[in-house]
Design a protein around this ligand. Structure first.
Ligand code: NDP
Length: 443
C-alpha cells in the first residue's frame, strides 16, 4: 500500500523513466518498512529527497568523423547525491544511453558507494555515442569534445568520473588527457587511468574479482566453496573477463559467455589461454564473440541468452535487465544456487522476487559489484598521497572491503534464518546516506 503510494509519486514526477522507477521501487520496498523502526525518519521526506538528483547536466557534443562529417551526440552527467563524499560514478558510452538509465545508475551508485565504507557520493554520466565501429581517432575526437564541456563541472573534490560500458582504458585516457590540458593541472579527477599516469593496480580487475570474492563470502555462509562449480558469465567486456579469471583461479569451470549478439557454449570450460584470446578479441580488436567459437571449435548461439545452459552459479556481467522472469525461472529449474551480479540491475524485478522466494544466494549489483568503485576510491587516495600501492596490497584491501560489504548485508538482511542481500544492502546504504542528509538539516 505504502509502496504503491510512494511509487505513484515517483512515476508522476519522472514520467516514462522505466529503469529509474525499477531501481527506486527495489530500494523503497526494503527501506519503507525499515523507516518505521525509528522516529527520526518521520515527517522529513527523506526517501523523496534521496530519489531526487542534486543536479543533472545535459550538453551537446559535436565532433568530426574520419570522412569529414559533423556528428552530434548528447552528453549527460547526473550528480545524484554528495552527502557522504564527492560525486563518483562512471561514464557510459552506448547508443541506449538516456536520462532514465543514467538516473537509475546514479541512484544505485549512491547506495553502492556508501556500502564500500569509503567517502564517495553517487553520480553517473555518459553519452548516446557508440564507440563500436569507430576508429581510434574518432573516439579521441569525441572524448575531447565531451570533456571540453564536462571539465567545468568536475574536479578531485567535486565529482570524479570513471569508465563503464563502452568507456574503457582507451576512452578514460583520452578524457583525462583533455581534462589535464584544459585545467593545466595533474590531479586525480578521473579513475581507471593507465598505470603510468596515476592508475591503481587491480582497478581493471576489481569489479570482476570483487564479484567473485562476494560469491565466496555468500558460499561460506552455507559451508560451500567455489571449487568445482559450473558457472555462466554473461558479457565478455571488462567485468566478465576478470570474473572469469578469478573463477578459473579458484577452481570453478566457466562454460558460457556472451556479447550483445549471442552466446558461446564451451562445455570443456574456459582456460587461461582461452581467456587471453577473449581479452585480446574484445579489448584490443573490438571483435565479436562468435570468433571465439570459430577459434576453439565450440557452439555459437546467435540472438540467444546463455541462461538456458545448466549451471551452479550465474554471474550476470553485461547490462541491465538481462535476466527476465523467464530466464530466472530457467536458472532455478536447472539448479542454479547462486547469482552474483557484476552488472548493474541485470535482473528484472520479477526475476529478483523469484530468486528471493527460492532463497538462493542472490547478491544485487550494488553489493557484489562494488569492488570496482572501491578500488577507484583507493586510486583517489593514492593520487592524493602521491603514492602507488602494490598489487598485493590493493588486492588484500579489495578482499577486506568485499567481506565488509557482505557483513553489512548480513547485519541488515536477516530474514527468518536466511540472508536477504537485497534488503541488507538497501538498508545499510540508506542508513549511512540518510544519517548524513538528516545531520545537514533541510538542504
Ligand atoms: P564493457 O563495455 O567492457 O562490456 C560490456 C559487455 O556487455 C560487452 O560484452 C557487451 O557486448 C555486453 N552488452 C552490452 N549491452 C548488451 C546488451 N544489451 N545485451 C547483451 N549484452 C550486452 O562494460 P563493463 O564490463 O565495464 O560493464 C558491464 C556491466 O557492469 C555494466 O552493467 C556496468 O554498469 C557494470 N559495472 C561495471 C563496472 C566497471 O568497473 N567496469 C563497475 C560496476 C558495474 P558487445 O561487445 O556486443 O557490446
Amino acid at each position: 500500500m505504502e509502496l504503491d503510494h510512494f511509487m505513484k509519486g515517483c512515476i508522476r514526477r519522472n514520467p516514462g523513466q522505466k529503469e529509474f522507477h525499477q531501481a527506486v521501487e527495489e530500494v523503497a520496498a526494503s527501506v519503507l518498512p525499515f523507516m518505521k523502526s525509528d522516529k527520526k525518519y518521520k515527517g522529513v521526506n527523506i526517501l523523496e529527497r534521496m530519489t531526487e538528483p542534486d543536479r543533472i547536466l545535459i550538453f551537446r557534443v559535436c565532433w568530426e568523423d574520419d570522412n569529414g562529417n559533423v556528428r552530434t551526440n548528447r552528453g549527460f552527467r547526473v550528480q545524484f547525491n554528495n552527502a557522504i563524499g564527492p560525486y563518483k560514478g562512471g561514464l557510459r558510452f552506448n547508443r541506449s544511453v538516456n536520462l532514465s538509465i543514467l538516473k537509475f545508475l546514479g541512484f544505485e551508485q549512491t547506495f553502492k558507494n556508501a556500502l564500500t565504507t569509503l567517502p564517495m557520493g553517487g553520480a553517473k554520466g555518459g553519452s548516446n555515442f557508440n564507440p563500436r565501429g569507430k576508429s581510434d581517432r574518432e573516439v579521441m575526437r569525441f572524448c575531447q569534445s565531451f570533456m571540453t564541456e564536462l571539465y567545468r563541472h568536475i574536479g578531485p573534490n567535486i565529482d570524479i568520473p570513471a569508465g563503464d560500458i563502452g568507456c574503457g582504458a582507451r576512452e578514460v585516457s583520452y578524457l583525462f588527457g583533455q581534462y589535464k590540458r584544459l585545467r593545466n593541472e595533474f590531479v586525480g579527477t578521473l579513475t581507471g587511468k593507465g598505470l603510468s599516469f596515476g592508475g591503481s593496480p587491480i582497478r581493471t580487475e576489481a569489479t570482476g574479482y570483487g564479484s567473485v570474492y562476494f560469491a565466496r563470502e555468500m558460499l561460506a555462509t552455507k559451508g560451500e566453496s567455489i571449487e568445482g562449480k559450473t558457472c555462466l558469465v554473461s558479457g565478455s567486456g571488462n567485468v566478465a573477463q576478470f570474473t572469469i579469471q578469478k573463477l578459473i583461479d579458484l577452481g570453478a569451470k566457466v562454460v558460457a559467455l556472451s556479447d550483445s549478439s549471442g552466446y558461446v557454449h564451451d562445455p570443456k570450460g574456459i582456460t587461461h589461454e582461452k581467456l587471453e584470446y577473449i581479452i585480446d578479441l574484445k579489448t584490443n580488436r573490438h571483435g565479436r564473440i562468435k570468433e571465439f567459437a570459430d577459434e576453439f571449435g565450440c557452439t555459437y548461439h546467435p540472438g540467444k541468452k546463455l541462461w538456458e545452459v545448466p549451471c551452479d552459479m550465474a554471474f550476470p556481467s553485461a547490462t541491465q535487465n538481462e535476466i527476465t522472469e523467464e530466464d530466472a525461472q530457467q536458472l532455478l529449474k536447472n539448479g542454479c544456487m547462486l547469482v552474483s551480479e557484476g552488472a548493474n540491475m541485470p535482473t528484472s524485478i520479477a526475476g529478483v522476487h523469484l530468486f528471493q522466494d527460492a532463497k538462493i544466494l542472490y547478491a544485487p549489483g550494488k553489493a557484489s559489484n562494488a569492488g570496482g568503485v572501491a578500488i577507484s576510491g583507493l586510486e583517489m587516495t593514492q593520487n592524493s598521497i602521491r603514492m602507488t600501492w602494490s598489487r598485493e596490497e590493493v588486492d588484500t584491501k579489495l578482499q577486506e572491503i568485499m567481506k565488509n560489504i557482505h557483513a553489512q548485508c548480513v547485519e541488515y538482511g536477516q530474514k527468518k534464518g536466511h540472508i536477504d542481500y537485497v534488503k541488507g544492502s538497501n538498508i545499510a546504504g540508506f542508513v549511512k546516506v540518510s544519517d548524513a542528509m538528516l545531520a545537514y538539516g533541510i538542504v
